[in-house]
Design a protein around this ligand. Structure first.
Ligand code: NAP
Length: 318
């Protein structure tokens, strides 16, 4: 059921620059309609440099919260009164909750639902990360959430491969120094100071080459692509070398969701490997954001499924 906008309509939305191609309005409004809520979710273009003013304005206007997308995930931190542990550890926020405290003061809290979106989607697809060997390709913003989540979920070993190896080293150093993963930091520190007798290290770093990638994948349970390779419009891009089969025992997760079937996932399926697209993570991080705005009263599984269907519908239209 879709409500006409009236005096009781509650608002949420997404800020980014640009933001007009975001799938979030279609996902959230479909879920809000299905839940019978008199809420609307809108996309709001906000220029870099104006993020703090925009966020404070939304809070003052009575918005329930908003999502924050590229390039504002760092700039928005200056507007926060509180920050959730995972957002603090990553230094990146993708969801804001606006609430008044007992004294009536408006408080802005920053969260990062990408971590829960990724780990939750892995588990929903039947892959439990605990004790598993994982290769993460890429070391950008998305990779940080992925590595943080995998450490917290108890992965046995993580290999981070990136074209710019220094960026991968920095990622590990930052997560180590922040000391904020549920169980991760101790494990990372042990890696950096490990002795030969120590158990297998949880995080290793290397430059991304065909050799490092195919070798690491041979002994891995899961390969996660967090690079932009394969993303529209350069859909021919692929981290995996053409003509080399992927190990059929591997699960391959591609964060890219446009297109849904990337060339990497196509190669994985051809090789008999399991392939998971990035739309489940996108839908779940959206459902987790709505759950935060509604005071954690949501059936996250059902709303994730609704949002995923809405995103596919929106992609088909565009
Ligand atoms: P980012 O911070 O810009 O990082 C981009 C990454 O891609 C870097 O590791 C970069 O390597 C690598 N890369 C770019 N071009 C490459 C090339 N030609 N060869 C090898 N590596 C290359 O981007 P991000 O925010 O992490 O996002 C990455 C992807 O994840 C995007 O496609 C985004 O849509 C997707 N994503 C999906 C979800 C979801 O919910 N499914 C959530 C977040 C992000 P260098 O460091 O060497 O430049």
């Amino acid at each position: 059921m879709s409500f006409a906008i009236n005096g009781q309509t509650q608002l949420a939305g997404v800020i980014g620059w640009p933001v007009e191609h975001s799938l979030s309005p279609a996902m959230h409004n479909a879920a809000l309609d299905a839940l019978g809520l008199n809420w609307r979710y809108v996309a709001m273009p906000v220029q870099p440099g104006e993020v703090v003013a925009a966020v404070r304005g939304l809070a003052a206007l009575g918005f329930r919260g908003c999502n924050v997308t590229v390039p504002h995930k760092l700039e928005v931190i200056a507007a926060l009164d509180n920050v959730a542990p995972e957002a603090e550890a990553l230094g990146a926020v993708n969801t804001l909750v606006f609430r008044r405290d007992d004294g009536g003061r408006l408080r802005i809290t920053g969260h990062n639902t990408d971590v829960g979106g990724f780990i939750g989607d892995l588990r929903a697809n039947g892959f439990e990360p605990e004790g598993r060997r994982i290769v993460v390709v890429g070391a950008g913003g998305a990779a940080r959430g992925v590595v943080y989540g995998l450490l917290g979920a108890g992965a046995a070993r993580i290999v981070v491969l990136n074209r710019t190896v220094e960026r991968a080293r920095q990622l590990v150093a930052d997560l180590t120094q922040s000391g904020k993963t549920a169980q991760g930091p101790q494990r990372i520190e042990r890696t950096l100071t490990r002795k030969p007798a120590d158990p297998a290290p949880p995080v290793e770093v290397a430059a991304l080459t065909e050799v490092t990638l195919t070798e690491a994948a041979q002994t891995a349970d899961l390969l996660v692509n967090t690079t932009t390779l394969g993303m529209w419009p350069r859909v021919e891009g692929c981290v995996w070398p053409e003509g080399t089969p992927l190990p059929p025992t591997l699960t391959v997760y591609d964060l890219v969701y446009n297109p849904l079937e990337t060339h990497l996932l196509h190669l994985a399926r051809q090789s008999g490997a399991r392939a998971i697209d990035g739309l489940g993570m996108l839908a779940r991080q959206g459902a987790l954001a709505l759950d935060l705005w509604m005071g954690q009263a949501l059936d996250v599984e059902a709303v994730t499924a609704l949002m995923r269907r809405a995103a596919i519908g929106q992609k088909a239209e565009s």
